[in-house]
Design a protein around this ligand. Structure first.
Ligand code: XIL
Length: 457
């Protein structure tokens, strides 16, 4: 199908206004300043990742949103969320045909209000199935699985940036075989059937295969998943990304060839995501290495840690996360933030040509303030822009971009969007008079944002 093939690095999707504005809300509160041509020192994980065209996210347990200590860290630091359990099959369809979206919707609402991107996890999996599904087999199970994929992807259409369509379908160890499960017993093609159903239900979401122990390039399991993705790409099965859970020392250590694994998957023409990162005892070195490896691979889109505080972790006895139980930053947090801030841009063609002269523009006077554009760093697929306002301490600046270019992240302002997603109104949020944003070129490398107005107040 036509929409299963696209140029590497170029978004197939026409994003919704929400998706365009995602990745921004928390960044808006972050005091990130982009200095043209130099590394900037953002003060939060999400803001720093966004300056490099990435996200930094976390798994969220929805009931913890009532815990203000938890939510304040979430809102401050992260610009992407994955439901830790609330979008799994047993949570969404506890009885056959009865869908329970309330809790998951609450997370999506929270993410939307904060401008966070949402990863959907997971449409098809051998684990955390409701009883009715666990007892099924054959064509009945295949149909029930496909119906679940279709219903759920349709319900969340337009709100999910990436779906983990299939989770953990391969066996550990040296066999390179599929994992035995009720779904696998419906036939080898269950995975591609799930991907096709997901694409049909939500053509705008990127579709990922997600697994653990696929971090070491030499492992049979990694090779087996690689061959499946290669096969899917060659046959036009709609797959856009691979997620590496990366639960280190939950069975495997951070491997020195991790970057090779990321870049090898990427070379197949899929994005890569680090989807569930946690590392036993949170060693700074391993966390730093993971960040550096992701930043070194242009198609590594971001990192999600599997929880915020150690006390939130599914492996809490291993203290594997970036914040301690009191919500304080651990040394690994500092290592991750520094690695992000020091991060070199991805290698593909970057930094490249400076933006054309005379464009971007300074708006016509008259609104009681002046907005001055400073072009920022340029990569192969995107560029940063910062805008400094003078003449007013509270303001709104209207910025228009040229499609198919899309703003993928902003910082240090409160953005809203028109329905086309091409016009952003950025309002001051008290973090200073300079805001910034990242624009994905999507194939148009010459257009630059136009400032339409600057209005005081
Ligand atoms: C875990 C959750 O963190 C736990 O709360 C739950 O009890 C079990 O599942 N791989 C995955 C995640 O894809 O969904 C798992 O999450 C961790 C391993």
């Amino acid at each position: 199908m036509a929409n299963s093939s696209r140029a590497p690095g170029r978004s197939r999707r026409v994003r919704t206004a929400f998706a365009v504005s995602a990745a921004v809300g928390l960044l808006a509160t972050a005091a990130a300043v982009v200095l043209p041509g130099s590394a900037s020192a953002a003060s939060t994980l999400g803001a720093s990742a966004a300056e490099r065209g990435r996200y930094f996210g976390t798994a969220v347990a929805v009931n913890r949103l009532n815990d203000s200590a938890y939510t304040s860290i979430l809102n401050r630091e992260f610009n992407q969320v994955t439901a830790e359990n609330e979008m799994k099959i047993d949570a969404l369809q506890p009885q056959q045909g009865q869908f329970n979206y309330g809790t998951a919707d609450r997370l999506v609402q929270h993410a939307r209000s904060q401008g966070m991107l949402v990863r959907g996890h997971t449409l098809a999996w051998h684990s955390q199935q409701p009883d009715w599904m666990r007892n099924m087999s054959g064509p009945t199970l295949r149909n029930a699985m496909l119906n679940h994929v279709t219903q759920v992807a349709t319900h969340f259409r337009g709100q999910i940036e990436w779906w983990d369509v299939v989770n953990e379908a391969f066996e550990d160890g040296s066999s390179g075989a599929r994992r035995d499960s009720n779904l696998q017993r419906t036939g080898d093609d269950w995975i591609e059937a799930a991907f096709r159903a997901a694409r049909q239900a939500d053509p705008n979401a990127d579709l990922c295969y997600n697994d653990y122990n696929i971090d070491n390039w030499n492992d049979a399991k990694t090779q087996a998943v690689y061959r499946m993705v290669q096969d899917f790409k060659s046959r036009g099965v709609p797959i856009d990304c691979v997620g590496l859970q990366s639960h280190f020392t939950g069975g495997s250590n951070y491997p020195s060839n991790y970057r090779t694994t990321l870049s090898s998957f990427a070379a197949l023409g899929v994005d890569v995501h680090i989807t569930e990162l946690d590392i036993r005892n949170a060693p700074s070195d391993a966390y730093r290495n993971v960040v550096n490896d992701c930043l070194a691979v242009a198609r590594c889109k971001g990192i999600t840690v599997w929880g915020i505080r150690d006390s939130d972790s599914w492996r809490s006895n291993e203290s594997p996360l970036l914040f301690n139980g009191s919500g304080q930053k651990k040394p690994a947090y500092d290592a991750v933030l520094a690695a992000l801030n020091n991060g070199t841009p991805p290698p593909t063609g970057d930094p490249t040509t400076p933006p054309p002269t005379g464009n971007p523009t300074t708006p016509p006077p008259g609104g009681g303030c002046t907005a001055t554009v400073t072009p920022g760093q340029v990569w192969g697929d995107r560029y940063n822009t910062s805008v400094t306002v003078s003449g007013a301490s509270t303001w709104s600046v209207v910025v228009e971009i040229t499609p198919p270019q899309r703003i993928s992240a902003t910082w240090s302002g409160n953005p809203t969007w028109d329905s086309s997603g091409n016009v952003m109104t950025m309002r001051s949020n008290g973090s200073g008079n300079t805001f910034g944003f990242t624009t994905m070129m999507n194939g148009n490398s010459s257009a630059r944002p136009q400032i339409r107005s600057c209005t005081a107040g």
